[in-house]
Design a protein around this ligand. Sequence first.
Ligand SMILES: Nc1ncnc2c1ncn2[C@@H]1O[C@H](COP(=O)(O)OP(=O)(O)OP(=O)(O)O)[C@@H](O)[C@H]1O
Ligand SMILES: [Mg+2]
Length: 354
Amino acid sequence: MSHLVIDNVSKSFGELPVLRGCSLSVEKGSVLTLLGPSGCGKTTLLRTIAGFITPDAGRIVVQGNDISDMPPNRREVGYVFQNYALFPHLTIAANVAYGLKVRRTSRAEVARRVEDALRLVDLSTFADRYPAQLSGGQQQRVAIARSLVLEPSVLLLDEPFNALDARLRLTMQIELRKLIQRVGITSIFVTHDQMEAMTLSDTVAVMHKGVVEQFGSPLDIYDRPRTAYVANFIGRANVIPGEVANGHFDDPARIATQAPAGPAVLVVRPENVTVEPATAGDAAPGWPGTVTFTTALGPTVEYEIDCGWPEPLRAIAPRSPGRPQAGPGDRVVARIADPAAAVVLRRQDGAHVH
Ligand SMILES: Nc1ncnc2c1ncn2[C@@H]1O[C@H](COP(=O)(O)OP(=O)(O)OP(=O)(O)O)[C@@H](O)[C@H]1O
Ligand SMILES: [Mg+2]
């Protein structure tokens, strides 16, 4: 049985539907990420799980118990806010102790649990400092310790790394992942950063306008996006419009597909596109085009190729120092390296083709 089940939850604010039939489940000790653009309903779903918002329909079930009507303070759910919300006039130890004191825990037990929580986030030596004397990453860890000290059964984290610079963000992602594994706490984490989602999660829910558009492991979603929207939200994708007829997409290599006949799109990751100079007599099927832009990133080169479509075709290839590469203006032929890794989707309203 899943530790936490979100069962068909809907919520409107006035006329505005913000969550539309969201269903998800999280296994004990695993990390689920809610991933989606601003305004898609991530915070609303998190606040519904915490009990700050009552859903219009649907249920929240923890360990088999429907907690939909339970007040927030009885839910054993920890909530880490985006801006840490530490008390500036209290020491780190006092910040972490705060929730326990509100619960009238004995002084000795408060001391012991605060010490444990600070050790867990590697801040034992900072107990007597004040928040302003800590870096952003350290403050973030205090905010996490303050939730963990209450021993919640579920930890909710709403974009906890927003205020951090890129390098610290990456360090904190890995630290948080290890911490969650060590404590074994079921966690739901909100972000709009897909790399962060891939780093941190066991499962990802890609949200779009209040709907869970796809739910699965990060790599499963990356390899098998169900819609063009998802393909572009997790990683980058070329979305090539075309038709399916007789079990084939009408690309030059005629990729086989089980998609039904009719308008379709081919979703191809840039790393699955090869780029070769156009040569006379090259009869192998491919898309002819002209390179319009290149970016050398050290280990790889990214190409933008004009194939006569509204959007340029994007390719990423390994870069070998000293080996000449195609540049702007060069005529090239682009091909799909691994047809099995390309995905054919029906072109329909739900596919969000742009
Ligand atoms: N209390 C409220 N009353 C009315 N509308 C609200 C309320 N809370 C959120 N909304 C609206 O619901 C929608 C979803 O908001 P939500 O905060 O869940 O988005 P989000 O995915 O967390 O976005 P972000 O990435 O910007 O934090 C938005 O259109 C927002 O304006
Ligand atoms: Mg939000």
